[in-house]
Design a protein around this ligand. Structure first.
Ligand SMILES: O=C(O)c1ccccc1NCC(=O)[C@H](O)[C@H](O)COP(=O)(O)O
Length: 261
């Protein structure tokens, strides 16, 4: 069994359990606060001539284990905002990333940036839960879902005014994203979630295939301003960056250096 399949099996059990205690109606009754425009924040940074950074709050990962010992989502959110990030991504998956919903709530409360709930979405119920904790956007991993499930999750997000980051890793997944879904915020994950092999060339390759009007986000394995400039040469001006920033002592300075050189 590859790692993605393993993660999805754990997630299915978790969601089945959580669904027992709260209905969609109960989740929708919770005030998650006004939705902050996620794609709009990226577009604004890019329109101003900069890079659109989704800075990720990530304590640990299946590929790297513990990334940040003195983990503090509040401090990280403030540091990312001060460094010029457009948006935040917060891992909420506990078994594989040591994440928690409380981390998203803390990060979003600490700044005014829009926040992506970074988790493995397999059920529209999770979208209602994401909004109830304040998330402004959710992730659809094309490799994890059939067409029907992808469309249901996207519809649940749109219904709640949220954006959807649609993640792909190869040409077939990109084609499914573009032909089955409406969201034009597409993340190209440089990491193969089955093997963890990471290569920026994946974004360069797929960037050639997207139609005008697509906001492409390069994801994973991005560590330096030179990496950002490399992807910008392929027309990609938005990035999702976690580990390389999470490991730094001065997160604000590291974020500025990533964005500005
Ligand atoms: O990061 C992992 O090891 C991982 C393993 C399995 C599924 C997903 C995984 N990561 C999720 C992500 O997509 C990244 O957290 C995100 O793109 C940031 O990547 P990085 O900058 O390399 O931390």
């Amino acid at each position: 069994m590859n790692k993605l399949t393993e993660i999805l099996a754990t997630k299915a059990q978790e969601v089945a359990e959580r669904r027992k205690s709260r209905s969609v109606a109960a989740l929708d009754a919770v005030d998650g606060g006004p939705v902050r425009g996620f794609a709009a924040a990226l577009e604004a940074k890019i329109a101003a001539g900069g890079f659109g950074l989704i800075a990720e709050i990530k304590k640990a990962s299946p590929s790297k284990g513990l990334i940040r010992q003195d983990f503090n989502p509040t401090n990280h959110a403030r540091a990312y905002a001060a460094g010029g990030a457009a948006c935040l991504s917060v891992l909420t998956d506990a078994p594989w990333f040591q994440g928690h919903e409380e981390y998203l709530i803390a990060a979003r409360t600490a700044c005014s940036l829009p926040v992506l709930r970074k988790d493995f979405m397999i059920d529209p119920w999770q979208v209602a839960e994401a909004r109830s904790i304040g998330a402004d956007a959710v992730l659809i991993i094309v490799a994890a879902l059939d067409d029907g499930a992808m469309r249901e999750i996207e519809a649940a997000a749109v219904e709640r005014g949220m954006d959807v980051l649609v993640e792909v890793h190869d040409e077939t997944e990109l084609d499914r994203a573009l032909t089955r879904l409406d969201s034009r915020l597409i993340g190209v994950n440089n990491r193969d979630l089955r093997t963890f092999e990471t290569d920026l060339a994946v974004t360069e390759r797929l960037a050639k295939l997207v139609p005008p009007g697509t906001l492409l986000v390069g994801e994973s394995g991005i560590a330096t301003h030179a990496d950002c400039r490399r992807l910008a040469a392929s027309g990609v001006h938005a990035f999702l960056v976690g580990e390389s920033l999470m490991r730094r002592d001065d997160v604000t300075a590291a974020t500025k250096a990533l964005l500005e050189g």
